[in-house]
Design a protein around this ligand. Structure first.
Ligand SMILES: *Cc1c(COP(=O)(O)O)cnc(C)c1O
Length: 403
């Protein structure tokens, strides 16, 4: 099952203690796949000296994003964190308001709520997909609920029809955290375009990157108009640049979430490579999936599951390691030059939320189970099949030895 070249002498467990430390470079968990084309595009902007944001290139990149996603409005931002904050500002969330979100997510999802003085209400996840469980949603809705933020974990779409239907019944907004979902669909619809608003991340660890960057997507022109004012320091500069008003001025509360045209140029090249980069990631993902079938059959692990409605953009390959052995396996891999990681520490058990909830944090058993057992394997678009097989060989060895 494991092919010969990857059983290098250095790594044969029985030889290991007599061997010098392996000379093989550790396999990183993640690396951006970027090169000459991205650099050239950025250099071109530098030479024009039009470095500010919301300029010509920003417009072109937003247009490309709109076409790719079939969405009316795409606003580039400095990060997904800022896109989420921009969404919450646009909805005018404030003290007394509640927002439902999974606890199994990055702090940014909840920070956007906290910064408005609103209250985060944590929902449990479906232990099969690690996504917000819509069946546990309705019981959390109160007259104060203003918004639901589904997070498309690993680029797998949440059950958006069910979530949207519940939201519509109670007149609640839906903002998708599609940070990991660029290029993926749910029932054929691009993630980030199914709720009222959607947020993308172009951070260095994501499938498509400009180092730090993000976008807010929406089909609602009223929301888009309000958001673009907030993004531009509360001014109507965007309308001015389009020639819709003859001077620009301060019209609302705002901040500065515009992406510089230098990074927009970089991002444009990356976006054009979406199919290529996601296909490469998916090939590695599939090799991991096939290469861990035996471990699942033997009861050591559980492989990731995708619903038939969800397309896979190969963002994360995450395994559940059974019998409480996750940390042991993670350490074993590290000793063999493989950087595998876990996340998240669920937000409801973070020090900040324990304090915020004065110890009365909700009980979320599926979230706790997943976060205690999840292990993510190295995955990036330029990862070689050889490195992928090496990771698999080490995983097999570590698990077989520790059983
Ligand atoms: C990466 C990520 C974010 C934050 O994205 P940034 O662009 O780094 O701000 C938010 N939510 C989720 C689910 C993420 O994975």
């Amino acid at each position: 099952m494991l092919t010969a070249p990857f059983r290098e002498a250095n790594f044969k467990p029985e030889n290991r203690k007599n061997m010098p430390e392996p000379t093989r470079k550790p396999i990183p968990f993640s690396e951006p796949t970027v090169g000459e084309a991205e650099m050239a595009a950025m250099q071109e902007v530098v030479l024009t000296k039009a470095l500010a944001g919301d300029g010509k290139i920003c417009r072109e990149t937003e247009k490309l994003l709109q076409e790719m996603c079939g969405v009316k409005h795409a606003l580039l931002t400095t990060s997904c964190t800022h896109a989420l904050e921009l969404a919450m500002l646009t909805l005018e969330l404030g003290p007394g308001d509640e927002v439902i979100l999974p606890s199994f997510t990055f702090s940014s999802t909840a920070n956007a709520i906290m910064r408005q003085g609103a209250r985060p209400v944590f929902a449990d996840i479906d232990p099969a997909t690690f996504n917000l469980d819509p069946h546990k949603l309705e019981e959390l809705i109160t007259p104060r609920t203003r918004c639901i933020i589904p997070v498309h974990y690993a680029g797998q779409g949440c059950e958006m029809e069910t979530i949207n239907a519940i939201a519509a019944r109670y007149n609640i907004s839906v903002v998708e955290d599609a940070a990991q979902g660029v290029g993926a669909t749910w029932n054929g619809k691009p993630l980030g375009t199914i709720g009222d608003m959607g947020c993308f991340s172009f951070h260095a660890t994501k499938n498509i990157t400009c180092g730090e960057g993000g976008a807010l997507l929406t089909n609602d022109s009223k929301l888009a108009h309000k958001a673009e004012i907030i993004r531009e320091k509360g001014t109507n500069r965007s309308a001015f640049l389009r020639g819709e008003v003859d001077k620009y001025t301060w019209v609302d509360v705002g901040s500065s979430f515009v992406l510089t045209d230098m990074l927009a140029a970089f991002l444009k090249v990356q976006l054009e490579r979406t199919a290529e980069l996601n296909t490469k990631r998916l090939a590695i993902w599939n090799s991991y999936y096939d290469g861990t079938a035996a471990l699942e059959q033997a009861g050591f692990i559980k492989r990731p599951y995708f619903r038939p409605e969800a397309s896979n953009n190969g963002h994360i390959f995450g395994l559940l390691i059974n019998n409480g052995k996750r940390d042991e396996v993670m350490r074993g891999l590290k000793a063999r030059g493989v950087t595998a990681v876990f996340h998240y520490v669920p937000l409801h058990s973070s020090p900040y939320m324990v304090k915020y909830y004065e110890g009365q944090t909700p009980s979320l058993p599926a979230t706790d189970m997943v976060s205690d057992s999840l292990l993510r394997l190295p995955l990036y678009a330029h990862m070689t099949e050889q490195d992928c097989q090496y990771v698999l060989a080490q995983l097999h060895d570590v698990i077989e030895q520790g059983k």
